[in-house]
Write a protein that binds this ligand. Sequence first.
Ligand SMILES: Nc1ncnc2c1ncn2[C@@H]1O[C@H](COP(=O)(O)OP(=O)(O)O)[C@@H](O)[C@H]1O
Ligand SMILES: [Mg+2]
Length: 326
Amino acid sequence: METAGAAIIDDLRGAGLSVAKGAVPEPLTGGVSCDVWKVATVDGPVVVKRPLEQLRVAADWHAPVERGASEVRWLRRARAVDPRMVPEVLAELPGYGFAMRFIPGAPVWKDELIAGRVDAGFAAAVGARIAAVHAATAGDAAERDAFPTDAMFRALRVDPFLLYVAEHDAELAPALRALAADLSERKIALVHGDVSPKNILVGADGPVFLDAECAVYGDPAFDLAFCTTHLLLKAVWLGDARLREAATAMVAAYREGIGWEEAAGLLLRAGKLTAALLLARVEGKSPAPYLTDPEHRRIVRDQARALLLTPAALDALVANWKRTLK
Ligand SMILES: Nc1ncnc2c1ncn2[C@@H]1O[C@H](COP(=O)(O)OP(=O)(O)O)[C@@H](O)[C@H]1O
Ligand SMILES: [Mg+2]
């Protein structure tokens, strides 16, 4: 800890940032793929994020380099779309880390939802801002070339969330494999890849998006589906109807922002992806840690399996989502 902290301070100084005298990097809670630290500078606190060399979930993936670099690229691209929606990147650091401005007084959205503070207006802003990034990057060959991360997306998203379940469920395998192939091939816009309430801060100027390590040029329906999945799982877990209302508001606001293709097609793809992601969170490699109650898992599994066999557009899926099954 001591030496890692000193190295971080050296790196920040090397990048021209004025680290405060006597500053000690403070670890922030986060995932298993990165070190995340808060460090005081004379211009205010910054966050330093550095990808770990080896990613446990994809040990054979050879490119931690791209992971850190693509996160920075996504943050910068999103900032050009709407500067309120991401922290400002201040410097890139050795080891493919980077420093960004710390957003003060902004709780993690997941914690707010769990505490019962469910704001449909905020959810709508999440949908609108994600759609804005998709709209700004749709059909852009240069953007596509800037994110050569298809292999990473496959290893961290397609394989664990879609294909793993296919291997264990013969009835659903054809639908899941078709979905995986479509997701891998569809190149429409810049996708964040991890739009989860745990990666969104509730900022004074609306949602702030973090943690774009899975960014890829791909199907924008994935981001909408990924976030909707989290809200619907939490609706079952917490038994709170307002979480479904939040999902409704998010999807409606996102829909307003679709300008690059027909909304109906995107919402159907998002509906299929949401069904698959819901199932993956009860049957897959990374089950939702809070869905431990077997009845909750059954509620999610039964609805998700039915939706994979008979797909629904995302708006209809959300409207019909049940927190209990009689
Ligand atoms: N710029 C920032 N401002 C405020 N808090 C931040 C910032 N960046 C990260 N955090 C905090 O650190 C946590 C982990 O950051 P994140 O980028 O999601 O990394 P991980 O890959 O470890 O999940 C976030 O949930 C948030 O609480
Ligand atoms: Mg995170």
